[in-house]
Ligand binder design. Structure first.
Ligand SMILES: Nc1nc2c(ncn2[C@@H]2O[C@H](COP(=O)(O)OP(=O)(O)OP(=O)(O)O)[C@@H](O)[C@H]2O)c(=O)[nH]1
Ligand SMILES: [Mg+2]
Ligand SMILES: [Zn+2]
Length: 350
């Protein structure tokens, strides 16, 4: 049985309801999002509900993890989406200026990497920068631990890339690390799995649930790539408390916001405090403590390069978004300019 509390409901959300809404509308959490058909979990159970057209194009359109108010009926109709506590976003594929919210109201983002592929520190860094910007805390899960005899090197590589975020070894097959994973999620909290297709996200979800809820499929033998088995995001309640959201594989979380870069590289920031120049760019300046750490083998040159690349990307995006905002502003003024011209014309004639 779900209660609103086991679903992660709390004062942050209840404070958003007017007394009229509290007495006439139902509260539900989005457990699966598929456009107009949304599956909500109410205290009384799951229902498919209708999302009225005006909410579909609107911001925010409901996604997995959202708390929504719905008017009772057959079926219930969504009235509004409550303000989110956090949201995991990325740049929509191929669009520099479109934010795509993947999951709402998450406390924890579980970044999954299969050990059959190695630790992939550069990919972890990019993903963690995006997670830090979301308002949720990150954790790295190195899964398929049963496939490698010694995960020590991969663990060390991932830790060096994780900037203090917890890094766990796990296996959906042997069950290693599952208690630690469930403990990270914890009662009343919500975690979302992200990671490339085939990494083993759904296998972990099934192992945590103790039943095969999510289909899983073998990676392609040719190149170990996943087959995008999971196609929609779904929320599950864990037997020991807490919720997890499983979703489609994401090779890379394209950065939406530069806000998480500093937190994802706080070790570099700490080193930079020792540079001779306050505005040191760590690009060959004398007395550079960051370059010194690379030379001494205390900082991976790849990690520094990764930081530079992310900063460049974020700056580029900021500029593009500035351009998009200017275009939107121009469009906003166009009808007014037209009306003005008409006004002057009429006045000059009259
Ligand atoms: N040996 C071993 N195999 C695993 C483990 N986890 C997943 N696999 C295998 O890896 C393949 C992919 O697992 P999935 O759980 O479907 O991966 P996914 O991350 O959900 O992939 P998408 O849904 O495509 O994003 C399957 O063949 C699983 O059986 C593990 O811990 N150990
Ligand atoms: Mg899956
Ligand atoms: Zn420097």
């Amino acid at each position: 049985m779900s209660t609103l509390a086991t679903l992660g409901w709390g004062p942050y959300f209840s404070a958003q309801l007017s007394s009229e809404e509290a007495s006439t509308l139902l509260v539900g959490r989005v457990v699966a999002d598929r456009g107009r058909r949304l599956r909500l979990r109410f205290e009384a159970g799951d229902r498919l509900v209708i999302v009225p057209g005006h909410l579909l194009g609107a911001e925010p359109a409901p996604v997995a993890g959202d708390f929504v108010l719905a008017a009772p009926g057959e079926p219930p109709v969504v009235a509004r989406v409550l303000e989110r506590r956090s949201a995991l976003s990325r740049n929509a594929a191929g669009r520099a200026t479109v934010e795509q919210v993947l999951a709402a109201n998450v406390d924890l983002v579980l970044v999954v990497q299969g050990l059959d592929e190695g630790a992939h520190p550069r990919r972890l860094e990019r993903t963690l920068a995006a997670v830090h910007a979301s308002g949720a805390e990150p954790a790295v899960i190195l899964t398929k631990a049963d496939l490698v005899p010694d995960a020590g090197a991969a663990l060390a590589e991932a830790r060096a890339a994780a900037s203090g975020a917890p890094v766990l070894l796990a296996s959906g097959v042997s069950g290693e690390g599952l208690d630690g994973l469930a403990g990270l999620v914890g009662p009343g909290r919500t975690a979302v799995f992200v990671g490339p297709s085939g990494a083993g996200k759904s296998t972990l979800v099934n192992a945590l649930l103790g039943r095969a809820e999510q289909p899983v499929a073998a990676v392609r033998a040719r190149d170990a790539r996943g087959r995008h088995t999971t196609t929609a995001r779904r929320l599950f309640e864990l037997p020991g408390g807490g919720c997890v959201i499983d979703g489609p594989g994401i090779r890379e979380l394209r950065l939406w916001d530069a806000g998480g870069i500093a937190a994802a590289f706080d070790d570099v920031a700490a080193l930079a405090a020792g540079c001779r120049f306050r505005d040191c760019r760590h690009a060959g300046e004398p007395g550079c403590a960051v370059a010194g750490a690379v030379e001494a083998g205390r900082l991976d040159a790849g990690r520094l390069e990764s930081l530079r690349k992310l900063e460049r990307e974020a700056a580029l995006q900021e500029a593009r978004r500035g351009g998009a905002a200017a275009r939107a502003e121009k469009l906003r003024w166009r009808p007014i300019k037209k009306a003005q011209r008409r006004m002057y014309r009429d006045r000059d004639r009259g």
